[in-house]
Write a protein that binds this ligand. Structure first.
Ligand code: PMP
Length: 354
């Protein structure tokens, strides 16, 4: 730390992204990326857009916003595009939380929420998941706080139904409820239609997972016009050109080729089913995942040991040290071949275990 670092941030613990090691070639099942390349049209669109890099991008992102709004069945004023969904989540902490509106989220969820709260000086509380790792919706009723829920949740993959989410919204009519749908395309149910009914709902989404565009950084928020206006105030006060030209072009091409995304999601869901069955046969217990990952533990080997042994053998999965989930590993669903390689490796590791 330098002598100059602001007092405000001295105690900040930053988010730790999943490893992106370069020392050897890994089968990367640790950051919930897609194993599939983006559609060819996306690559082509990026190449074409590269010719205009001398010019700033459209700060209103009109073309892509209109296309996304149309596909999601909302108005353009109900959409805000951001630099990954991390940015819209940060904007939501900035716009809708302060000392009189603290934040609340589950104790086991996306690790960035607590970091966003800290950097924005927002007090927050964490509500324990139930013993089976599900979210007890009643725990969030009349919270008097801005609610953040990932649905499906991470790293458990467990999803709430839209009617359960609706109950949380109805029972927090004086607070904003943010539903983070980063993983919804893998079997969850989107609550975007509810934004027409409730002025306190913000839904966030991303092109990073189902659309194979984690490297492009494109996310979005969907909410009533007034909420989106507030978020725009934050955007235009931080970085009006938050989406670069290449990403705008990539996003448009991706939306124009939805069949490809739908097919890839279907494959991931099939591979998740295969992986879950294989892991269960090997004695693992798993949560019921509706995401592009599974969350698994084995009675004979600790989460950390399995993670380290897999890593040594060229397979990266995500292990969290947090006590309540330290026996588990979160394993991103890749191609069938990648998942078969994982299963083979785990079999060997378990055989060596005495
Ligand atoms: N929400 C959840 C639950 C996530 O796991 C992630 C990915 N790390 C994000 C949001 C952010 O994704 P991105 O910024 O790539 O859209």
């Amino acid at each position: 730390m330098s002598r100059f670092f602001s007092e405000k941030y001295k105690n900040l613990t930053p988010y730790t992204p999943g490893e992106q090691p370069k020392d050897m070639k890994y089968i990367k099942l640790n950051t919930n990326e897609s194993p599939f390349e983006p559609h060819d049209a996306v690559r082509q669109a990026v190449e074409n857009a590269a010719g205009s890099l001398a010019l700033y991008p459209d700060p209103e992102c009109r073309e892509l916003t209109a296309l996304l709004a149309k596909q999601l069945g909302v108005d353009t004023e109900e959409v805000l595009l951001t630099n990954g969904s991390d940015e819209i989540l940060n904007f939501a902490f900035m716009a809708f939380c302060d000392k009189s509106h603290p934040a609340v989220f589950p104790d086991i969820t996306y690790g960035f929420y607590s970091v966003f709260a800290q950097i924005n000086g927002v007090p927050y509380s964490e509500i324990p998941l139930r013993d089976d790792f599900t979210i007890g919706i009643n725990d969030y009723f009349r919270s008097g706080k801005t609610v953040f829920i990932a649905n499906p949740n991470a790293p458990t993959g467990i999803a709430l139904t839209v009617s359960e989410i609706e109950e949380i919204i109805i029972n927090n009519s004086e607070s904003v409820v943010v539903i983070d749908e980063a993983y919804v395309d893998f079997g969850g149910e989107s609550c975007i239609p509810l934004i027409k009914k409730y002025d306190n709902l913000l839904v966030t989404g991303t092109f990073s997972k189902s659309r194979s565009m984690a490297g492009a950084r494109l996310g979005f928020g969907i909410g009533c016009k007034a909420l989106i206006q507030d978020l725009n105030t934050i955007k235009y006060s931080t970085n009006p050109y938050n989406i670069n030209r290449l990403t705008l072009a990539a996003g448009t091409a991706s939306l124009n080729n939805n069949d490809y995304t739908v097919q890839n999601c279907r494959t991931i869901i099939e591979n998740r089913q295969f992986t879950a069955e294989q892991l269960q046969k090997l004695g693992f217990s798993l949560t019921e995942s509706s995401a592009n990952f599974v969350f698994a533990k084995h009675p004979k080997i600790s989460g950390k040991e399995l993670y380290l042994k897999l890593k040594k053998n060229g397979i990266l999965v995500r292990h969290f040290d947090k006590e309540k989930i330290s026996e588990y590993n979160r394993i991103t669903i890749g191609t069938k071949e990648q998942m078969q390689a994982l299963i083979n490796e785990i079999k060997k590791i378990l055989e060596e275990q005495v």
